[in-house]
Write a protein that binds this ligand. Structure first.
Ligand SMILES: *Cc1c(COP(=O)(O)O)cnc(C)c1O
Length: 385
């Protein structure tokens, strides 16, 4: 059975009628840039985000960039972020002229390690960017305590965790800013690019909204230099159709996560490979944007290929898609070497070698999931290529 990593058509086609009528509404209005559709979506999305303000932006990446710009972070500043994350988190730091300072992550959660944050702080540190990776919130209580004690800003990268919560509060509502992505593979996916910047601070909200539109206020009068980071009215209208289904989409992913953990628990500790399944830590909801497990060599492993790469190849031969998020930690990326030197980050490096993400999209069928788990079990039980 062929199992894709993601099939957005299964999510979008059942609501085709509503998507088309939202599109028609925008078409007939002729209002494509900002305006009512964007404002309405911002109000609805702020409720899910649990923040007073939500600003529709062009992508999750631009949300991070805008947050850094609104906090006046630039040349001479340092921003602490995890090494084990998607490129955009740190790419934006470098783009505003600041230095990304990479720290290690925790093995249990894949998230930034608060202890490593503390030891990376220097007089130049301005902000911390925790990433709620794969859909599970980072240790926000510890991170906020460090930030408050040391006078640092916090920008939460909520790209993979829109709708997740920590201690009963939405991820993204703790720091100065939360940055959300509506890239089609995220829990709430647009039909193109889109993002959201959230905050509880009225002055930061006003400044970010202005920077989103070239820093102008009023039109053609610029007291600050911004850019074009606007969410399209068409995407806002389409996202407005999908937003009410977010909880349902997430529940589907969470069921798949539980089922994988249940079905794969029995193969843990095989002779040649060891599987480390993702854990859901207490006091938080994991929205399962990715189902990422770790594959390690055990005593009986006797191949030059890593067991993770072997599993990926084994799955591919059975037409089962899987992906490596992420194969190279950011402190090892060529483009960041000019900001170094960076020391070793053993947890992040081990994750990059061992992780593999299996299909977990909400519309995946029971049969498809069974095919994936069966293939993983077969691999572990010795049917390796
Ligand atoms: C997807 C993602 C982004 C970037 O979002 P885009 O909308 O694709 O620009 C940033 N950070 C993380 C952790 C992501 O997963």
């Amino acid at each position: 059975m062929k199992v894709p990593l993601l099939d957005v058509r299964r999510q979008n086609l059942p609501i085709e009628v509503d998507l088309l009528s939202a599109f028609r509404r925008v078409l007939e209005s002729g209002q494509f840039i900002l305006g009512r559709e964007v404002e309405q979506f911002e109000r609805d999305a702020a409720e899910v985000a649990g923040t007073h303000y939500a600003i529709g932006v062009s992508s999750g990446t631009d949300a991070i960039l805008l947050a850094l710009m609104a906090l006046d972070i630039g040349a001479g500043d340092e921003v602490i972020c995890p090494s084990f994350t998607f490129f955009a988190t740190a790419g934006c730091v470098a783009r505003v002229g600041a230095r990304p300072v990479f720290v290690d992550s925790q093995s249990e959660s894949f998230n930034i390690d608060p202890v490593s944050i503390e030891s990376a702080i220097t007089p130049r540190t301005k902000a911390i960017i925790p990433v709620h990776l794969f859909g599970q919130p980072a240790d926000m209580e510890e991170i906020m305590a460090i930030a408050r004690r040391r006078g640092l800003f916090v920008i939460e990268d909520v790209a993979q965790a829109f709708g997740a919560s920590y201690a009963g509060r939405p991820a993204g509502s703790f720091g100065e800013f939360g940055t959300v992505s509506f890239f089609p593979s995220k829990n709430l996916g647009a039909l193109g690019d889109g993002g959201l910047l959230t905050t509880n601070d009225p002055e930061l909200a006003e400044k970010a909204a202005r920077l989103r539109n070239h820093g102008a206020n009023p039109k053609y009068y610029h007291s600050m230099i911004g850019g074009n980071f606007r969410l399209d009215a068409v995407q806002a209208a389409l996202l407005g159709v999908k937003l009410p289904y977010l909880a349902e989409y997430t529940a589907g992913r969470q069921e798949h996560l539980s089922e994988y953990n249940r079905a794969l628990a029995k193969v843990r500790g095989g002779e040649a490979v060891e599987l480390i399944l993702p854990s859901v830590l207490p006091g938080r909801t994991h929205i399962a944007n990715q189902y990422t497990l770790r594959v390690r060599a055990a005593k009986g492993w006797n191949s030059a290929e890593s067991p993770r790469d072997a599993l990926r190849r084994f799955l591919a031969e059975r037409d089962i898609a899987a992906e490596i998020y992420y194969p190279v930690p950011l402190h090892k990326q060529e483009c960041f070497q000019a900001f170094g030197p960076y020391g070793e980050l053993p947890a992040a490096e081990a994750m990059a070698r061992e992780v593999i993400s299996l299909p977990v999209f909400p519309e995946m069928t029971e049969e498809e999931q069974a095919a994936v788990t069966q293939a993983v079990v077969e691999f572990c039980e010795g049917g390796r290529p």
